[in-house]
Design a binder for this molecule. Structure first.
Ligand code: HEM
Ligand code: FPP
Length: 299
């Protein structure tokens, strides 16, 4: 019987399993969940609060891993994703599936034990939404895939809030709506400069199905209600001026960048500076608004 362990194999395996959880994208998902939890009225034992945030991270990671398990065939066709653990042949699909299901189930059960049924149910629903509604159902069928399916990524602040209060209230619903309306400009800006990847893989993303001009119009169109929802908590008296000022200023920048995208006539990805700027700014924007929400709450 051989007991030789190739130690250099072990870290590679763990790195691949970790990569399966989409750690870079999920940092913002987890941050918005953490901020939803911190912004909620009431107190929670720090260990339970940490556990709740951990559950959001593990649940989101498990959902990301199930997404990669399901779409290994698509990922193999796109330059951006071809080297992922499954298309790269570094991980067996069964291993990925078991790991992913373990994370998803573990996160929901632990959330239920540590917080309340409603928070656990919303976590379960968002995993279901990302994996089944977005990945398995809509992504390959309609360019509205990310509008509807994107709702999955909007749940974390609500989950964080409900973990503390046990109730759904207006502010976390506005935070949900903010991310829901933010997702189309975030993703469509990116999809404009990686359009050929999606076209090659046969994924019906908006620039592929409805063209570059239409996609730019849609980005600007979603930015208007997004900005309104972003600022709304301040005049509604749900937050103070710190959040209000940060949200107003950064929303004005977001609007300006999306108008620059609308004005851009280029179709060559090399000339898509405004799109690249909007995509990068979209990430900073959510980090900043959610950060300001927490600072405001404790100021
Ligand atoms: C269906 C909705 C969404 C789609 C299709 C989408 C798609 C993408 C894609 C393709 C990337 C580029 C690179 C990569 O794979 O790392 C990206 C980057 C990113 N997305 Fe999204 N996204 C969506 C929603 C969200 C949500 C809800 C969040 C968080 C609240 C988010 C946060 C991020 C972050 C932080 C990055 C940058 C990652 C890095 O630095 O590499 N995305 N997104
Ligand atoms: C709590 C919980 C379950 C949260 C879910 C978080 C969520 C839905 C995040 C969406 C962000 C994301 C990874 C989009 C990638 O789209 P894609 O899968 O089409 O990207 P790809 O082309 O990079 O695979």
């Amino acid at each position: 019987m051989s007991t030789v362990v190739h130690t250099h194999d072990l870290p590679a395996d763990w790195r691949d399993l970790f990569a399966l959880t989409k750690p870079r994208v999920m940092t913002l998902v987890v941050f918005t969940g953490l901020c939803g939890l911190l912004a909620a009225p009431g107190t929670m034992h720090p260990v339970l609060a940490f556990t709740a945030v951990l559950c959001i991270a593990v649940g989101a990671g498990g959902a990301g891993a199930l997404n990669m398990w399901y779409e290994a065939d698509l990922d193999a066709k796109m330059k951006r994703t071809a080297k992922r653990p499954l298309p790269g042949g570094r991980l067996k699909p069964e291993t990925a599936f078991q790991f992913a299901v373990g994370l998803c189930l573990g996160s929901v059960v632990l959330m239920d034990l540590a917080t309340n049924h409603l928070a656990a149910a919303i976590l379960a629903f968002s995993i279901f939404f990302y994996v089944v509604i977005y990945t398995a159902w809509l992504k390959r069928r309609t360019p509205q895939n990310i509008v509807i399916g994107g709702a999955a990524g909007a749940f974390p602040p609500l989950i964080g809030w409900v973990a503390v209060t046990g109730r759904i209230e207006l502010l976390p619903v506005l935070l949900f709506s903010l991310i829901f309306l933010w997702t189309p400009p975030h993703f469509w800006a990116l999809s404009l400069f990686v359009k050929s990847d999606y076209a090659n893989a046969g994924v019906p993303m908006l620039p592929v199905t409805h063209g570059v001009v239409n996609t730019r119009r849609q980005i600007a169109l979603y930015t208007v209600p997004m900005v309104a929802v972003a600022v709304a908590p301040w005049p509604l008296g749900l937050t103070g001026a710190i959040y209000g000022v940060v949200a107003s200023v950064l929303s004005a920048v977001f609007m300006a960048l999306s108008l620059r995208v609308l004005a851009n006539k280029a179709t060559d990805p090399a000339a898509m500076g405004p799109e690249k700027a909007l995509f990068k700014f979209s990430i900073l924007y959510l980090f900043a608004l959610f950060g300001a929400l927490v600072v405001d709450r404790f100021a």
